[in-house]
Write a protein that binds this ligand. Structure first.
Ligand SMILES: Cc1ncc(COP(=O)(O)O)c(C=O)c1O
Length: 397
């Protein structure tokens, strides 16, 4: 019998991929499926970006690049961060990696070990908790509250810090809730963190450009007092509809950069060269494709929030960013996982149970609105018919 390392038993996964597999299996049987489970833009990568990748291959960029990324790309990241956040970042501290997830994995593995505690948002991106457990550190949830627009209270977060806390993970705008943490709460958090200089911070800002109705994205890069221990996670997947290109980056503090780069060399050597050239075109090219995509998400957000709020047993907050809504479904009388399963099997609408994002996700479902307005409207009608068939005693509005 093969004997694997014990940590393999605690590695989790992303339920979104399981739901996708089941949805595809049902579609292969001829069922009509509306996929509101998937966490990626439904737009193609803008043409000028695709062209830059194609050109890089034609120009012979077929070999390894520097492990940290080609210099022009790291410079383009620094220019983009200055444009968006008004903060100077040295290109030497930018580590280009294959997707946003890699910065997360490296940061958690760098700080996690038995006895260490890592704070992470809950409900939150499931890979945080999974990798914290894999590192053998103790995951300590930061509860996100529907009543606060799925932001957190800085005092509640700071209260969870102990002498064993090594790393705190923050994600705004957030998956799965679409919540955006307001500047005042970040100000209070950072002021409190000044009392805990031993703590590193991972700020996952991958949805930082997908914002609605004047919601403000405040990058933690803007706080000089934590710059020497802040790891910024960002990338191209969501902003430029490039999930399949596998391209992301971390901005690391000077003291950690060499360690992160060593992890990269041990793990993947460098990112696919052509994808890196495409990444330069994305950052230095026209902004209109991004603006058009965000405008389309904004319209769909109106359709889905109104639609979900009109369903018996549903209550849906208006998300400030990303492309997810996270309605409270406790009024349906069904737990999140049962509702996810029944909606997929009986109506063909794929969603993700809130519990896939942590224990505080019970009572919620995640809907991605990376789908057309027509598909969203049809999904709402199918769910309405499904709820209409439940015993009326179950529904509490
Ligand atoms: C909050 C968050 N961070 C990071 C990622 C990972 O992005 P990538 O596909 O670039 O690895 C995702 C993807 O869904 C996400 O939702």
């Amino acid at each position: 019998m093969l004997k694997m390392a014990g940590r393999m038993d605690v590695l989790g996964t992303e339920t979104a991929f399981e739901v996708l597999a089941r949805a595809n299996a049902l579609a292969a049987q001829g069922r009509s499926i509306i996929n509101l489970g998937i966490g990626q833009p439904d737009f193609p990568t803008p043409q000028h970006i695709v062209e830059a990748g194609r050109q890089a291959l034609a120009d012979g960029h077929h070999g390894y690049t520097p492990a940290n990324g080609i210099p022009k790309l790291r410079e383009a990241v620094a220019v983009d961060l200055l444009r968006r956040h008004g903060v100077e970042v040295s290109p030497d501290l930018v580590l280009v990696v294959p997707g946003g997830k890699v910065t997360m994995f490296f940061a958690i593995m760098m700080f996690g070990e038995p006895g260490a505690e890592i704070l992470y948002p809950n409900p939150g991106f499931p890979i945080y908790e999974s990798v914290i457990r894999f590192s053998r550190a103790t995951p300590v949830p930061i509860p996100l509250h529907e009543s606060a627009g799925f932001s957190f209270s800085a005092d509640e977060v700071l209260d969870k810090i102990t002498p064993r806390t090594r790393l705190m993970i923050i994600n705004s705008p957030a998956n799965p809730t679409g919540g955006v943490v307001p500047r005042r709460e970040l100000d209070r958090l950072v002021a409190g963190l000044e009392r805990h200089p031993q703590l590193a911070i991972l700020s996952d800002e991958i949805y930082g450009e997908i914002l609605y109705n004047g919601a403000e994205h405040v990058s933690l890069l803007q706080y000089p007092s934590i710059r020497d221990r802040l790891i910024l996670l960002d990338g191209w997947s969501k902003t430029y509809a490039m999930t399949g290109w596998r391209l992301g980056y971390g901005v690391w503090p000077k003291a950690l950069f060499g360690h992160a780069e060593r992890l990269a060399i041990n793990c993947h050597s460098c990112v696919n060269a052509a994808a890196q050239f495409a990444g330069i075109a994305a950052l230095s090219g026209p902004r209109e494709p991004v603006q058009r995509m965000v405008a389309a998400f904004a319209e769909r957000r109106e359709v889905i929030v109104a639609g979900l709020n009109g369903l018996p047993g549903f209550r849906c907050a208006r998300p400030g960013g990303a492309f997810y809504t996270f309605p409270n479904v406790t009024g349906t009388g069904l737990d999140a996982r049962t509702l996810q399963g029944q909606l997929l099997e009986e109506t063909g609408v794929a969603t993700i149970a809130g519990t896939s994002f942590g224990e505080y996700g019970e009572g919620y479902l995640r809907f991605s609105y990376a789908n057309s307005r027509e598909a969203i409207a049809e999904a709402i009608e199918r769910i309405r018919r499904f709820l209409g068939n439940l015993p009326s005693s179950m529904i509490k509005d």
